[in-house]
Design a protein around this ligand. Sequence first.
Ligand SMILES: Nc1ncnc2c1ncn2[C@@H]1O[C@H](COP(=O)(O)OP(=O)(O)OP(=O)(O)O)[C@@H](O)[C@H]1O
Ligand SMILES: [Mg+2]
Length: 526
Amino acid sequence: MNQFESLGISKEILKVIQEMGFETPTSIQQQAIPIVYEGRDVLGQAQTGTGKTAAFGIPMIERISTENNSVQVLVLTPTRELAIQVADEVKKFAKYKHGIRTLAIYGGQPIERQLKALKQGVQIVVGTPGRILDHIRRKTLKLNNISGVVMDEADQMLDMGFLEDIEAILNEMPSNRQTLMFSATIPKEIEMIAQNYMTSPVTVKVTHKELTVPQITQYYFEVKPHEKLESLTRILDMEKVELGMIFSNTKRGVDELVEKLQNRGYSVEGIHGDLKQSQRDRVMKKFRDGTIDMLIATDVAARGIDVDDVALVINYDLPENFEYYVHRIGRTGRAGKAGLAYTLVTPRQIRTLKMLERYIKARLIRRNVPSVNDIVEKRKEQIAASITSTIEKSGLSEYMNFIEKLAESHSSIEIGAALLKMYMKKDEIELLDTVVEIEKKKPAAKSGMVRLYFNIGKRHGINPGNLLGAIANEAGISGNSVGVIDMYDKFSFVEVPREVEKKVIKAMKKNQIKGRKISVEVAKDK
Ligand SMILES: Nc1ncnc2c1ncn2[C@@H]1O[C@H](COP(=O)(O)OP(=O)(O)OP(=O)(O)O)[C@@H](O)[C@H]1O
Ligand SMILES: [Mg+2]
């Protein structure tokens, strides 16, 4: 007998569990399922991604009588996306329990469609409190046959101001029903509802020292407010994750980030409460399918959302509430998988960060925003890896003939290097476009020097040493007195002693390089 069988789960559901590839029940499932089967009220707390949905979903499915077409189980969730997801998960588990019908009911969806489905008869309804109450008042949803109610993410529903709605809903139900509440965080306020609406509830708490799961490695980056966007793009360039989420505290923040990142060529979409439901559904689908790399979201997508293989969560803004942090980063590192969580913190927020660490009882490791060099080095590693895998996949013979010919007049190292240079060139432009904004604002590091920015356009192919010599010559100064020169396709800069600033600018404008007009800009000192 496997461990799932010993929990008393029916064979129809055991079959699904096997198909889903679950090997052993998680702690919350082991502890909560038998108590829920007993019919007790349960207040369940366990870390994010540890299978709370199945912990309440499985026993709730088992109690449905298929002879009866009325609603018997109601699950309340704080968001529409979570209602859809939990209903899908319940449907999955009920796959071989023929005759059980499950319906998600939420705002933003045409009410007629829901009315039609309710009329046909469903036994399990999963929904958001507002719309559920709406149906109760229209008498299109009757709760007199309810034998079980679940509040998933109960604390979030209270936070969103759903207390009155929830109370109104609970008051419509038979008092001998079974009541369950589940969340990764259970603050004190919950106990108030528990006292009023539950009958001698059993608290099932899977305790760990930390509130967050240990397989999520948590880092923070200290960045000035005006450097956040630049830092984010560097982090994204460095990580190149396949699927991730970025959280912002405001809807406007989400919209702005989406626009800015899309303009820079990142594959991102946004989700928040002001978007039309059809748009929210479209974005969620793209995210679940992996059509986009990153979902940018407010906390509307922080709770309960379970998307496979989210490798990275970034808090672009430090959340206003510590519980939100736990739930946001919990979108990664689910079902035992590893995850990364990055949080951008401004210097003024360091104290709040320390308080957050005390709340979650875990540490965030400090990390520096990757420099341009780090990103270039990382690119090289990635390119080396993709060269190796291309070679391993073989299918190179036609290219090899071509290279063999070239190898008669060049060494293979030269050929390889030239190909790489051609390949990187394209890459470099993309990379450096993102660097410009921050670099542009930088004055010279050494006192007495000024940094002059000039623009000679894309793919200039000019040797910095030659340019430096030409400028010094034209200005009548020694080449040695010119400091750094760095040339990019968009902005290049040179650092010169303050005394010769004017001379150099004049010389640069005069010394048109390859016939291009040069515009020079002086970086202001702080
Ligand atoms: N026993 C199990 N073995 C392996 N995977 C499981 C098991 N139980 C659940 N899962 C999977 O783990 C993932 C997370 O489950 P679920 O969404 O229920 O977590 P949760 O505890 O509700 O998290 P959150 O607090 O974020 O809502 C899901 O993809 C689910 O299919
Ligand atoms: Mg959940």
